[in-house]
Design a protein around this ligand. Structure first.
Ligand code: NOJ
Ligand code: CA
Length: 679
């Protein structure tokens, strides 16, 4: 036996020795994360094709996946490369969020910079920089200025993600007319088509992955196309010319990101995307105020009022005053008013050029209302629906923001309702072009809005936006956005959001950043065939489960006035947090999240289910040991069920400590919300 082993070893060694002269040396460079669990390796093959691979605990997560570009004017970057240089560095610093789902964030990674150089003339080069964290990694391309590539016109990006194991995928399709507003598919990875990011995967071995991007600045948004098997490839959003991206060197691409976690909750608590963005460039941003708001809004979606002028006009002085008074009485910071400005009459969906962003309808006295709101310690939230016509909006943007600044309106909700591919941007030659919502020109447009607004201390909340890639770190006035199917779908005469929707969002769209989902509906009968497909307790839980520093109490005021008991939770729940933890969760099934208030010692819990009834355990070990808390519980009643008895809610109190474990009983389509008041 011993001898056989020995012989085998000799055989292996001799094979290696014999093979050595003919086999080329393939240099491989790599780096591991700070705790050594995650590693990346970069190599080039016989043809000089560069690739990277990712391993976790020594096991492949991403098998060799290629890197590169096809250009429009010069030969591609795809093969004929050598690794000319590489260098390593480490970084470990903590930073504080001005507002957020947690106060402090540790940014701890090891970096590998690889310079790829062509073997033959013109010997062009490109750097690929990898930042490897314990919970994931990001990599980006850095284009130096070099002959022949002063201006870079990218036809395609060739970045691939070869997923090592079979997996289940949660994804929405890319390139469809309704932008990001699709229900999530849950399919085997091998059935993914062209998908938007973040895309979430759970491998058959139980590893959770999310692929997305960070710091999408002056570049095209990335979708992922499945090429074959488990291989996904970058699919850049088209631009307005023949290049997907046109940039002058030097420049960097956004980070391509991979989050990795044993459990679904680990994806939610990861700060990878934020860490890969640049720090705050706006200086003191204490003027950005997280808040809850009400609005002249849901009544339009229910078709009881109109955006357009006429007998059903919603944005009247009287209606807005009523909302301001309500907000002041119940401690809300803002009142959103839509349909206040000229341009909504006729086909506003297709008439972006008709909008004025400074001229109110005659029955909306903007000066008087803004002053009245201020006097009651409430602010109006401005609304700029552009119908996707960014070119027209930009022509009025300065005047529009100047007006808001003068009136003390410090937040604006923008809107880009237009079919995908039908946004409008101004080309270089002064000609208006049709554009995709996530193309390079719209990436530029959104940053222009955010930076111009910042100059006037205005926060921005775009609907039908470009995807979130963590730029709130750099521009903290980019306070929230839509970018998925919001509550509004459950108001319209179309199939609304199904009970599993929010349990999907938490582990997919929400990994990108905050969402203005607009929860808090008690009037479950709407124009949608199934109405609002949750219980009341679940509506309350959404304030904790779906993170956003601005949260709407979206329902009609009368529904709150009639139901002060459950409404109390909406009044109490904060929007700015010291800490966030996920107690349990499975993608698309259920999730329980706890968050600590920034301005008190209180904790809040939100738990939501899909269409299944569930019993979940919630150990309270997150509470301060030795301290007593009163748990104010808002739970599904015994008969609660989203379809038959959504309003069956039990509100009760009990005294708890960190040693207790609560059993959460969630109804079908149900949830639970708890405030833990520190004593
Ligand atoms: C769609 C937005 O999501 C919604 O909130 C808004 O009311 C309408 N567009 C009109 O701007
Ligand atoms: Ca929308």
């Amino acid at each position: 036996m011993l001898l056989r082993l020995f012989a085998l070893t000799v055989l292996c060694v001799s094979t290696q020795v014999l093979a050595a002269p003919s086999a080329p040396v393939l240099p491989k460079v790599g780096i591991a994360s700070p705790d050594g669990s995650l590693a990346v390796e970069v190599t080039t093959d016989n043809d000089g094709r560069p690739s990277y691979a990712v391993l976790r605990g020594g096991k492949p997560v991403i098998t060799p996946s290629r890197l590169g570009f096809i250009f429009l004017d010069v030969p591609k970057f795809e093969r004929n490369f050598v690794i000319a240089r590489h260098s390593e560095s480490s970084f470990d610093q903590s930073w504080e969020q001005p507002w957020g789902e947690r106060r402090r964030i540790r940014n701890h990674y090891n970096e590998l910079r690889v310079t790829l150089k062509e073997k033959t003339a013109p010997k062009r080069s490109i750097d690929v920089v990898f930042r490897v964290y314990d919970d994931g990694l990001g990599f980006r391309y850095e284009f130096p200025k070099q002959p022949g590539l002063e201006q870079v016109r990218i036809g395609s990006e060739l970045t691939e993600f070869n997923i090592a194991e079979p997996a289940t995928a949660w994804w929405i399709p890319a390139g469809e007319w309704n932008r990001e507003e699709y229900l999530y598919h849950r399919t085997p990875l091998q059935e993914v088509g062209d998908a938007q990011t973040p895309i979430t995967l759970r491998t058959d071995n139980g590893l959770h992955l999310s692929i997305h991007e960070a710091a999408l600045v002056d570049y095209a948004g990335m979708n992922l196309t499945r090429i074959e098997g488990r291989k996904l490839r970058a699919d850049l959003t088209p631009g307005i010319g023949d290049g997907k991206v046109v940039r002058n060197a030097p420049f960097n691409t956004p980070w391509r990101t991979l989050q990795v976690s044993d459990d679904a909750g680990g994806l939610v608590t990861s700060s990878l995307i934020l860490n890969l963005n640049e720090p705050n460039t706006l200086g003191d941003v204490s003027w950005v105020k997280p808040m809850k708001y009400v609005g002249v809004w849901w009544e339009m979606h229910l078709d009881r009022k109109t955006w357009a002028s006429g007998p059903k006009h919603g944005a009247t002085n009287q209606n807005v005053m009523k909302h301001i008074d309500f907000a002041a009485r119940h401690g809300f910071g803002g009142v959103l008013v839509e349909g206040w400005n000229v341009g909504w009459d006729g086909d506003w969906f297709g008439n972006g050029e008709d909008f004025s962003f400074t001229q109110p309808y005659p029955d909306f006295d903007i000066e008087k209302l803004a002053a009245y709101a201020k006097s009651r310690n409430v602010r109006l939230i401005g609304h700029h629906e552009t119908s996707g016509n960014a070119a027209h909006y930009e022509s009025q943007m300065d005047a529009a923001f100047d007006l808001y600044q003068r009136l003390g309106i410090n937040a604006v909700k923008t809107g880009y309702v237009a079919d995908a591919g039908q946004a409008k941007v101004m080309g270089l030659a002064g000609k208006v072009h049709y554009a995709w919502h996530e193309g390079q020109d719209m990436a530029r447009h959104h940053l222009k809005v955010v930076t111009e607004a910042a100059k006037r201390h205005i926060a921005v909340n775009p609907h039908e936006p470009i995807k979130d890639t963590g730029l709130r770190r750099t521009y903290p006035n980019w306070i929230s956005r839509e970018g998925a199917r919001g509550m509004e779908f459950s108001a319209w005469g179309v199939p609304g959001n199904p009970p599993e929707h929010e349990a999907n969002l938490v582990f997919t769209r929400l990994l990108a950043g905050p969402m203005d989902y607009t929860p808090g509906i008690f009037g479950m009968k709407t124009r949608a065939p199934d109405g609002v497909a949750t219980t009341w307790a679940k509506q309350l839980a959404l304030y904790v489960v779906i993170y956003s520093p601005i949260q709407m109490a979206a329902d009609l005021l009368e529904n709150y006035e009639k139901n002060p008991g459950p409404f109390k939770f909406i009044e109490d729940v904060p929007v700015d947090w010291d800490e966030t933890r996920v107690l349990n969760g499975e993608v698309g099934d259920y999730v329980t999240i706890v968050r600590k208030d920034r301005n008190s010692d209180d904790w809040y819990l939100g738990s939501v289910s899909d269409e299944e009834a569930r019993e979940l355990q919630a150990p309270l070990s997150f509470l301060q040991p030795g301290r007593k808390y009163v748990a104010q519980i808002y739970r599904d009643g015994d008969k609660a069920d989203w379809k038959r008895a959504p309003q069956d809610i039990v509100i009760e109190e009990r005294s708890v400590t960190s040693a207790d474990t609560l059993t959460l009983r969630l109804a079908p389509g149900g949830g639970q919300a708890i405030r833990f008041v520190a004593r």
